[in-house]
Ligand binder design. Structure first.
Ligand code: SAM
Length: 210
């Protein structure tokens, strides 16, 4: 499912830009999926590289940016980036692989590829707030947000709590996304309990300037 409904206000891009703009920079969008965010970076960056493990998604991302000569998409994983040392200025990772404990191999790769003066941005759910955060907690009762927060803080990442929203054209679209995100019973309960076409969605923007 295309995530065009997520963050229609560009809250995340604005927060990242305030920390480290990417005009003229080399940007890595890691775990880029179908490349939804690549054009946003390509408008201002000198070069954008999407890395995505699934060949089918990488192919879709390439199709999306075929008229963007400054974008390339590579098949690869966070734990073994297909990039040279000190070759990237800004890393953007949204809901991909970097979920706290267990992602240390990927963090070591980020340290290798990011140049001095660069910035790493990692976006993940904030299970402690918002309608979506409540649903997320119900889907993963053992998830411990404090443990995740400690993980990032100990590694020198700053937390910026932000509120984005899902915005849908129809209830069917909302239902389709909920059924991707959650088990069928929970998706049905969320639909029953939540009216309208919008869902408030808390996220954490974790960032570090190496
Ligand atoms: C929820 S999707 C998010 C896609 C995209 N970042 C977005 O916001 O639209 C998660 C993505 O992470 C990718 N992924 C999974 N494991 C990965 C890994 N080890 N390294 C890099 N990406 C990974 C998946 O293939 C998928 O495209």
């Amino acid at each position: 499912m295309e995530n065009r409904a997520v963050d229609p206000d560009g809250v995340l891009a604005a927060a990242m830009r305030a920390v480290r703009p990417w005009t003229g920079a080399t940007v890595l969008d890691l775990g880029c999926g179908t490349g939804f965010h690549l054009p946003v970076f390509a408008d201002e960056a000198e070069r954008v590289i999407g890395v995505e493990p699934h060949a089918g998604l990488a192919a879709a991302a390439r199709r999306r940016v075929r008229d963007r000569p400054n974008v390339t998409v590579r098949v690869g994983v966070a734990q073994a980036l297909p990039l040279p040392d000190a070759s990237v200025d800004v890393v953007h990772v949204r809901w991909a692989y970097f979920f706290g404990p267990g992602c240390e191999p990927g963090l070591a790769e980020l340290d290798r590829v990011v140049r001095r003066g660069g910035a790493i941005f990692i976006i993940d759910n904030d299970a402690t707030r918002s309608t979506f955060g409540g649903w997320f907690r119900r889907s993963l009762p053992k998830y411990d947000p404090r443990k995740v927060e400690r993980f990032w803080t100990r590694r020198g990442y700053t937390r910026e709590p932000l509120m984005i929203r899902w915005s849908f054209q129809s209830r069917d679209d909302l239902a389709a996304v909920l059924r991707i995100e959650f088990p069928p019973d929970l998706a049905d309960a969320c639909l029953r309990e939540h009216e309208g076409l919008e869902v408030d969605y808390a996220v954490n923007l974790w960032w570090r300037c190496p």
